[in-house]
Design a protein around this ligand. Sequence first.
Ligand code: PMP
Length: 447
Amino acid sequence: ECERYEERTPESAAMAEDLRELVPAGVCSTFRAYDPYPVHAARAEGGSIYDVDGNEYLDFALNNGTQLVGHTHPTLEEAAVDQIERGTLYTRPTDLIEFAARPLIDRWDAIEQVRFTNSGTESIMHATRLARAYTGREKIIRMEGAYHGAHDPALVSKMPPLEQAGPERDPRPVRESRGVPDSVPEDILLAQYNDAESVERLLRDHGAEVAAVLVEPACLNLGLVEPEDGFLERLRELADEYNVVLIFDEVKTGVKLAPGGGAEYYGVQPDLVALAKAIGGGYPVGAFGGRREIMDCIAADLNEGVATGAAHYGTYNGNPLALRAVGVTLREILTEDAYDHVTTLADRLADGYRDVIADTGLEATVKSVGSQGMVHFTDEPIRTFRDWGHVDEEFHEAYWFGMVNRGVIPHPHDASQQWTVSVQHTAEEIDAHVDAFADLATHLTAA
Ligand code: PMP
């Protein structure tokens, strides 16, 4: 499949070579680099993306799921052009704050107040700082193997190599990057997703030092790992018992599993929610919000010279273009009908995969929740990071390139990722995706 990929994409190859001279690995986020080189984009529209060689791909990667609205949605495009004409940045409050904040407050019971950021990384960084300010404690409990952004503490034990990770019951913190100071892992306590006992043990031993439990309601950087019955409920109880802040990282799950994210879908409300990606319809924006009592800790008086709360600064925070995008996306595009549409099509896609798998006898598991879904080529259940070894990453790579060669980008390039079905995808496009998989599957089973 790799040979065919290279035959189809000579312009991408040439561009990759040129760009590697200018920017490390030829990409602007390390995650985007892969061998032999990424497909280089020329433009995107609706449910498709087009490369510099003129190939069209049905796009289910959708920028790591930011484009639940699809690409170039006409309603969003019109609003953005209008906003550009009115000015894209004025660092003064406007009524656009209400336009963007209200739908988030309406969608999450947990969100009484919200602040805007520019990315998921910033949202997590500020939510955890705020939790520390509120509790006066420093340690954060997080799940081994989860991804929570690119800032220093988030890079502790994000998918660590298992041979360095220590025992499952007592994981050793592993830094994902050189340059993360030695002291950073000291404040990170590692639990296992879907194992409330592991969180309870940490709280029993360190409860008085713990500011927050940070968790994705469904783990969307391990494919798609859903919480088992009672897991999130138990975290809610433990957070209350030990007076720690429960933070949901809804950067990926937010507005994609359900209108009110994983909190609504699984019926458990955290104290703070971190958001980004799909809330902005493709514009760079994030947000964090939660209970008023906690949000009140964000410093209002900057002139005292003494910190009275948690700082939250940023030139581009709540810029008018991003706020307009959030408001239009949530109020006008992601309507109830839109959710019916993406959920129906995502179910159709997952069922199509299941039929192909049954017909061909491939060993595979298909999962689907809301607009999200994925396939892993194993029958073994993946319920925590420690099960990751069951995933046949090499086989998955063959699947991914095989799909790209057949005109479908099934998800971002990595077995840890999942597909997003957008508002603009059609039933015909879903069927074309399934047909491509059916064609590929006969080759995969023969190989
Ligand atoms: N949290 C989760 C769960 C994510 O998946 C990501 C990005 N993939 C982030 C945080 C960081 O978001 P951003 O890339 O916008 O900084």
